[in-house]
Design a protein. Structure first.
Lengths: 431, 424
């Protein structure tokens, strides 16, 4: 009797399931605190996803309308994080540094676990080897990989390659960008040692032709070139100085010996020059960041400068760097804005970095842990802090690509048992 | 001597001592380069499970004792409330990354660079299992082993071309026991085993040749079994073909083409228990498709715990239910395996399995590979390769990793001075 009742129940349930329509939403993130600075959302909202897009953001969306529901109460739901400064052109070519060499990092190994859906490689490839970068990295990664192309045609290969003024061609660089606008969002100048301004002027010229910003990793001359001249004469509004809180040989720091943010730095911000963290292995000092932020000089964008030398040092990952800014007193909403809406604006990709209905469903769900934490700068010194961001869930194009605690999953004991002796169902092979 | 005088003398002594340690820093090097102080040491090989200080000098373990003075060390880590263990060994990873199209785990894009994953989860040794074969090992060595800060060891694939996927791995003509053994002996420092994987067919040749190579080179074989329908006999593999010390990986998998260790009646197969009794080793090898709670829960309830708790790290597992070795170890912890056993599996036991007894322990003189782990308590969840979730209350987190005496990961800056007190 019991068995027959059960059988009937199973049949009824099956019929019910068949009769039910496909759920309206593929995924529903329920009960989280949404921070979507671009759309001015800052409150508890549900976020529904369908066909890889954000389908609805509203106070109370019915769980029954979604195929999969993740309870994210107590967590922050933000647009997928954009890292404006990464190095992911990893390869096995000897003597090739960050341009198909092994100092670059592996995009998918770092992105999703820290809430990032877009990584911007800055200066790995130049116009000559962009195709290799596209084939090996962009096309193979699940992360959205964009790039600032190096003003050096050979890219960031290190050594004399990056010092070759003869390989810095504005026209060819701009042409490569114009033909690959879906991937190339800017131009990079880095590591140049010498008093010439040509690397900068040619990059800016290429940027003008292709209508993209340039990012400058400045310095490398003794005595240092004028940072004032760079920021207020050479760069255009919308161009970017990276490594803003660095103090290294060959570059003036933004906070001077008197502990004050240089007036010309403040002037540059007023005219629209952008300041990026670019933490890296050697470019973030609390001795710069603490006085600068105390004087209100916060970053526009909080990037990592991810590569093999920063990944295991003080930088670690983008959430660690964002947490540093939080601990320095930057409000959470501003921290999120910097790496979502603002980062998207900087690279002129306003389609990214927000959760408006119709936007590609790139979402990060973050926890704000409280406790006793510590953060290390690039001189190896520590600052204590009581907050730290942790990534709970990452969605890329509507797909769950990271789920720390299985919030989008059902209990193992409630899952249907697959018959491994039956012929395999037709399905996509997981990688 | 009045009280004020006494206090003044005491403070003078304290000041002298403090200054003295600074002067000592400047004039003569401290006895220890690093001191990990006040942590709970778990070192199964040396029978240690207690609060101890661990001192490091010249890249080696210099002392493990109840109270080592901080003044003897150039750098001190406060590890109170944390566990101090030997550097973790992942016996099943895929780190022969490369850019060759369609080369999968053998110089292809399905493998990952070791240093991006190792240190942040307490691992100092990763064992690539089968990425390279005898023909491609020198490339693997030049490209990955020699350039990584992680210690990378290897099981050679019985396939000469390694784990490049497709027909390459089905080529019986490229499975040569003699050449494989020769390559293993040539690179004894790095090659610690022979791997069989992904073979589809009813032939036993891949296994028998791997075992022949293993016998010649005196190293274990690891088998990723199955791929035939109907499945080949797991009993025959475990109790006829494999030697004691050989390894079945993916122990909690249930996939097409391989019999699971827990049968349809929910019981661990008696022949599996018999195999363990004769010394066959069972490894988790979580991966993207090889760890089911439906297998792990009944198996562990019946006492069938893993010998080794490995990741099967690759691009398909790293962002899925596997995540990292601490997440996999935490699964076992939440299934009821005692922390001491979990740590032992991936330290002294893993070292024993690959016949590298100098690794996986904190004895004086050993290379200073150390992990400092926190056990977080709270509401966590763990996902298996069928997408099923299991709640849990404990989770391991890596606070600090030391490789050959160097701090290579320091989550919260425990080994670092305060920024506004430092000299730089």
């Amino acid at each position: 009797m019991m068995r027959r009742t059960l059988a009937t129940l199973v049949v009824l349930l099956a019929a019910h399931a068949a009769a039910a329509q496909t759920p309206r939403y593929s995924l529903l993130l329920k009960g989280g605190h949404v921070l979507d600075p671009k759309n001015g959302v800052n409150g508890v909202m549900d976020v529904a996803i369908a066909d890889g897009k954000v389908a609805a953001v509203a106070a109370n969306i019915d769980a029954a309308e979604a195929a999969r529901v993740a309870n994210v109460a107590g967590l922050y739901v933000v647009p997928g994080i954009i890292d404006l400064h990464a190095h992911v052109f990893i390869g096995s070519e000897p003597d090739s540094y960050l341009s198909n060499g092994d100092v670059g990092a592996h995009a998918d190994s770092h992105s999703f676990r820290s809430g990032q859906t877009t990584l911007v490689d800055v200066g790995g490839p130049g116009w000559r080897n962009f195709a290799q970068f596209k084939t090996n990295i962009v096309d193979r990664a699940r992360t959205r990989v964009l790039a600032f192309i190096n003003i050096v045609g050979h890219g960031m290969r290190g050594g004399p390659y990056e010092q070759d003024l003869g390989d810095m061609d504005a026209k060819l660089t701009a042409q490569r960008i114009l033909a690959n606008k879906d991937v190339l969002v800017g131009i990079k100048v880095a590591h140049y040692q010498g008093a010439e301004w040509e690397p900068v002027t040619r990059a800016v010229e290429a940027g003008r032709i292709a209508d993209v910003p340039v990012m400058i990793d400045f310095g490398g001359n003794e005595p240092p070139q004028s940072l004032d001249a760079l920021l207020n004469t050479h760069l255009r509004p919308g161009d970017i100085l990276t490594h803003m809180y660095a103090h290294v040989r060959g570059r003036h720091p933004i906070v001077n010996a008197q502990g004050q943010v240089e007036p010309y730095v403040i002037a540059a911000r007023k005219r629209g020059v952008l300041f990026d963290v670019g933490h890296g292995g050697g470019s973030f000092l609390f001795r710069q960041a603490v006085p600068a932020t105390q004087q209100g000089f916060w970053p526009d964008v909080i990037s990592t400068d991810l590569h093999t030398c920063s990944q295991n040092a003080g930088m670690k990952d983008i959430l660690n760097v964002m947490s540093k800014m939080l601990v320095l007193g930057m409000p959470l909403n501003d921290v999120i804005r910097a790496n979502t809406a603002k980062a998207a604006e900087v690279i002129k990709r306003q389609d990214l970095g927000h959760l408006g209905v119709g936007a590609e469903a790139d979402v990060a769900v973050l926890a704000l842990r409280k406790g006793e934490f510590g953060f290390i700068d690039s001189s190896g010194n520590r600052m204590p802090g009581d907050q730290k961001l942790e990534c709970e869930l990452t969605v890329k194009g509507g797909q769950v690509v990271w789920d720390l605690n299985g919030r989008s999953h059902t209990l193992w004991s409630e899952q249907p048992v697959e018959d491994m002796n039956a012929p395999p169902p037709a399905r996509r092979r997981t990688r | 001597v009045n009280l004020a005088h006494l206090l003044a003398r005491i403070s003078a002594i304290v000041v002298t001592l403090l200054l003295g340690s600074h002067v000592a820093d400047a004039q003569q090097p401290a006895k220890y380069s690093l001191l990990i102080k006040g942590g709970h040491v778990i070192d199964a090989r040396n029978g240690l499970d207690a609060v101890r200080d661990v001192a490091i000098a010249d890249g080696k373990i210099a002392a493990v004792a109840a109270d080592i003075p901080a003044s003897d060390a150039a750098r001190v880590v406060d590890a109170r409330g944390l566990y101090v263990t030997p550097g973790l060994i992942d016996i099943h990873a895929h780190v022969f990354w490369g850019t060759e199209a369609n080369a999968q785990y053998g110089n292809g894009p399905s493998a990952v660079p070791p240093d991006s994953h190792s240190f942040r989860s307490g691992q100092t040794t990763l064992v690539d299992v089968g990425g390279s074969g005898w023909r491609t090992f020198p490339q693997f060595k030049a490209q990955v082993i020699d350039r990584s800060r992680t210690r990378v060891l290897a099981f050679l694939n019985i396939v000469g071309d390694g784990m490049k996927g497709g027909p390459i791995e089905q080529n019986l003509g490229d499975m040569d026991a003699k050449l494989t053994a020769q390559r293993a002996r040539q690179f004894r420092e790095h090659v610690v085993g022979v791997k069989v994987a992904h073979y589809m067919g009813a032939e036993w040749d891949p296994v028998t040749r791997a075992v022949a190579a293993g016998r010649e080179a005196d190293i274990p074989v690891m088998i990723d079994f199955g791929g035939n329908n109907p499945p080949q006999s797991l009993d025959a593999l475990l109790n006829t073909h494999l030697r004691p010390g050989d390894i079945l990986t993916h122990m909690y998998a249930h996939v097409r083409g391989r019999m699971p260790i827990v049968n349809a009646q929910g019981q661990v197969e008696p022949y599996v228990i018999a195999a363990r009794k004769r010394g066959v080793i069972f490894d988790v090898g979580h991966g993207g498709g090889s760890f089911l709670f439906r297998q792990a829960v009944p198996a562990t309830k019946q006492g069938f715990w893993p010998d080794v708790i490995s990741t099967d790290l690759h691009i398909g597992s790293m962002n899925a239910g596997m995540k990292d070795i601490l997440n996999v170890m935490s699964k076992l912890l939440n299934l009821g395996m005692p922390l001491q056993d979990v740590v032992k599996a991936n330290t002294s036991r893993a070292a024993e399995v690959i016949k590298r007894p100098e690794l996986g322990h904190l004895g004086v003189g050993a290379e200073a590979d150390v992990a400092v782990l926190g056990v977080r308590t709270g509401e966590f969840g763990f996902v298996d390769s069928g997408g099923g979730q299991m709640p849990g209350t404990q989770k391991l987190e890596c606070e600090l990793t030391v490789r050959a005496g160097q701090v290579v990961w320091d989550l919260n800056g425990r080994s670092r001075p305060l920024w506004n007190e430092g000299t730089r």
